[in-house]
Design a protein around this ligand. Sequence first.
Ligand SMILES: O=C(O)CCC(=O)C(=O)O
Ligand SMILES: [Fe+2]
Length: 220
Amino acid sequence: MTQGMLFNTEEPPGRRDAPAQALAPGAWLFPGLVHARAPALLSAIGEVVRRAPLRHMTTPGGGRMSVGMSGCGARVWVSDAAGYRYETHDPRTGRPWPTMPALLRDIAGECAQKAGYDGFVPDSGLINRYGPGDRMGLHQDRDERCDAPIVSISLGVSAVFLWGGVTRSDPVRRIVVRNGDVVVWGGPSRLAWHGIAPVPQAQHPLCGDVRYNLTFRRTA
Ligand SMILES: O=C(O)CCC(=O)C(=O)O
Ligand SMILES: [Fe+2]
């Protein structure tokens, strides 16, 4: 696998050439693909959350999500007592979500292309912030009105990505995702079940004890 100029400048030995791993038809793990871009990605996250602060959303059932969330782009996923949906405005500030930084849009497009999905232009960039012990239960991403793929970037502390099949009862694999790893799923795997196991207490030089996840989608 060759990697474009965008990605391969500073990755440590052993990470640069880690091969892509097929998880399922249409689904790929790219170890370290954006490792060299982690500082730039984190500063783009900082830019977004200054204008749209991270917050703990509520599930329709009344539970508080452990993960802190924010986002950018035309629409961002929200959850509250009224349900799961995409909104054009941040309910917290009443303002439109911050514009997606070009760096994020471009990197998401490059990652999708690596998985064979050409022309992916996300209109939504979700930011998930996990502290020690925070998790995301197994779910499908099915609130989008579009079957474009999903590009998911891991930053900071390593975590275990839970990867099931398209059926709830399919076996669930546990895949370690590290700083700079990218998972892309679409096509026949677009509605695969997935989640994040409780994030361990650990330290990362760029993020302290935090894991960030950036998830790019087309919502319409
Ligand atoms: O944090 C992750 O890697 C997964 C996030 C996710 O599944 C989601 O935001 O829908
Ligand atoms: Fe998801």
